[in-house]
Write a protein that binds this ligand. Structure first.
Ligand code: FAD
Ligand code: DLZ
Ligand code: SF4
Length: 508
């Protein structure tokens, strides 16, 4: 008899381990363990989501004839770690081999490799680009660029192509058309809703009791926990969200946590949705003229471009990638990231919805909480831990390159060509938060001036030796140089004052 491991983010019926084993002869192991639930202070809804989806998947596997050894968190004898459970059940069941699918996270894969177990590894075919194929693509390239990778993927996957193989609409990228702010009076799509069954209700009770020390509310939990529910979420987006996704991809608005975003990342990352199917559905929606090309292209780029690209970089560069700190940041994470208590309206909105829902869309993560961390010089491990803890979709393979590389520029520009630093003016353009803020977005040095403004210039001044030769920052440095010396000094002083508040543990 062989034992097959199914992890909390491996809930797919076509998981390689399931294809390699025989339901008649072999046994599957699924385990809720403290080690995975506590290695960062995960949002309570993230733990509910994973445990409930795991329990539903175990049921579904049993219905398909599999024997599943399922350990709940409070099963007596639970060793508390995945490696510990494998060792225990290998002996108890007298199994000869343990079959495992590549892990999402380097940390866990290393722990399993170190555990002296008779492991048989399987490549995770749920991704479109294997670790090896990405390494071949990257070989010999001095700089990696997502756009080049993406074009290759479009051709390889035959998505949004004309019959002659050229890109639909004559261009690979319609980003220029995808930067509209939300017009007054237009609301985002109404989100799909899900009812809690007995399994989810009992998991909520367990998490409420056991994880009182983790930040984030549990009450609003409203996520799909089965393949059928995830499909409903996806179809809801195809019908009500996708057509406007392109235009308003970068928009933010008061009280609009989702705008026209799909909200599928958590379900996709744990295996409740299949990326190939999603891409085919979007391609079909465009061909049948149900959605415009800028929406279909924008969406597919996120899935076969960014998602696969960041995973490729993660596995190419781990473990040393996690240690990078190009800008030499050392500041601790301000307490308000965990409470939302700040006078900065944009930050309070994004952090508030994050604590309530375990969700924020890409521009909120990149240009609000990410931008602030970059400008304020937060140490990469501290901000990476925050992103890994607070979002339902967060797994190291996707969170780390996005945070450490894209947001913090801690890899020196390996993943993206320039830091996404921005002043309050960007947030003003893409949202209505500034109107409701007690800071003034058009001021820089005054006590009531938007903190993003002085911090932006402070960032550019203090990192001048590392950043000024970047051709994509030439104009920005020209703007800095056109300031009078006294103005530059006043801006620097205001930046210093804000940093002093942060270092004293005060909210701003
Ligand atoms: P949509 O905007 O509707 O996009 C559709 C899908 O595209 C997403 O579900 C996701 O699977 C994929 N996608 C979009 N952008 C990215 C990206 N940059 N990288 C990878 N996939 C992408 N995404 C995660 O899945 N897990 C994370 O831990 C995570 N951490 C992030 C941290 C930071 C600092 C930033 C800037 C981005 C992060 N992202 C992460 C990417 C992105 O923000 C989320 O995938 C997205 O917000 C999920 O919401 P959605 O499903 O509504 O996405
Ligand atoms: C995120 C998570 C949590 C909270 N709990 C578990 C768990 O108890 N059991 C499990 O198998 N997986 C869990 N996961 C997902 C794992 O952390 C994930 O499989 C690894 O990070 C590797 O990608
Ligand atoms: Fe955010 Fe500044 Fe606008 Fe306030 S004024 S909402 S801090 S960008």
């Amino acid at each position: 008899m062989r034992l097959g491991l199914v992890l909390g983010d491996q809930l797919s019926f076509d998981l390689p381990v399931l294809r390699a084993l025989d339901p008649q002869r072999d046994m599957l192991l699924m385990a809720e363990v403290d080690g995975e639930a506590r290695y960062v202070p995960h949002h309570p809804q993230k733990i509910v989501f994973i445990f409930s989806a795991m329990r539903h998947f175990a049921h579904a596997l049993r219905e398909r004839g599999w024997r599943v050894q399922y350990q709940t968190l409070d099963t007596p004898g639970n060793s508390g770690s995945i490696a510990g459970e494998l060792k225990r059940w290998l002996v108890l069941l007298g199994a000869g081999e343990v079959h495992v699918t590549e892990c999402g996270e380097w940390r866990l894969e290393q722990a399993l490799r170190d555990a002296a177990l008779p492991l048989v590894w399987h490549r995770d075919t749920r991704f479109l680009c294997s670790r090896e194929a990405f390494a071949r693509w990257a070989e010999g390239r001095k700089q990696l660029r997502m756009e080049h990778f993406y074009r290759g993927m479009r051709k390889r996957c035959n998505l949004l192509l004309e019959p002659d193989g050229s890109p639909a609409g004559g261009a690979w990228n319609f980003d220029g058309a995808n930067r509209k702010s939300l017009p007054r009076g237009l609301r985002g799509a109404i989100p799909a809703q899900f009812t809690r069954d007995a399994i989810t209700t009992s998991v909520i009770a367990l998490v409420r009791e056991r994880f009182t020390d983790h930040y984030g509310a549990i009450d609003a939990f409203d996520y799909p926990v089965t393949h059928e529910e995830a499909r409903q979420l996806w179809e809801h987006f195809l019908e009500f969200g996708l057509a406007a996704f392109g235009d308003y991809q970068d928009a933010m608005a008061e009280g609009e946590p989702y705008v026209f975003h799909a909200r599928i990342s958590a379900a996709l990352n744990v295996g409740l949705l299949d990326v190939r199917q999603l891409c085919e559905d979007v391609d079909a929606a465009w061909r049948e003229r149900r959605v415009p090309l800028n929406a279909a292209e924008g969406f597919i780029r996120q899935l076969i471009g960014w998602r696969e690209y960041v995973r490729g970089i993660y596995w190419l560069r781990m473990p040393e990638y996690a240690q990078l700190n190009y800008l030499g940041n050392v500041r601790t994470l301000p307490e308000f990231y965990w409470t939302g208590q700040t006078r900065m309206r944009c930050m309070a909105q994004v952090i508030g919805q994050t604590l309530k829902l375990g969700y924020a869309h890409h521009i909120q993560r990149l240009m609000v909480t990410g931008n602030f961390a970059l400008l304020a010089g937060i140490a990469p491990p501290a901000i990476c831990e925050w992103y890994l803890a607070v979002y339902l979709d967060a797994f190291d393979w996707v969170e780390l390159p996005n945070t450490l590389g894209m947001v913090m520029h801690a890899d020196g520009g390996y993943l993206g060509s320039k830091p996404y630093c921005a002043s309050g003016r960007y947030i003003q353009r893409m949202s209505d938060h500034c109107k409701a803020c007690s800071y003034k977005v058009d001021r820089v040095v005054e006590d009531d001036a938007c903190p993003f403004n002085a911090l932006y210039w402070h960032f550019l001044i203090r990192h001048r030796p590392l950043l000024s030769s970047n051709p994509r920052l030439t104009l920005v440095y020209r703007g800095l140089d056109s300031m009078s010396a006294s103005r530059r000094d006043a801006v620097w002083q205001r930046g210093q004052q804000l940093m002093t508040h942060l270092d004293a543990g005060e909210s701003i």
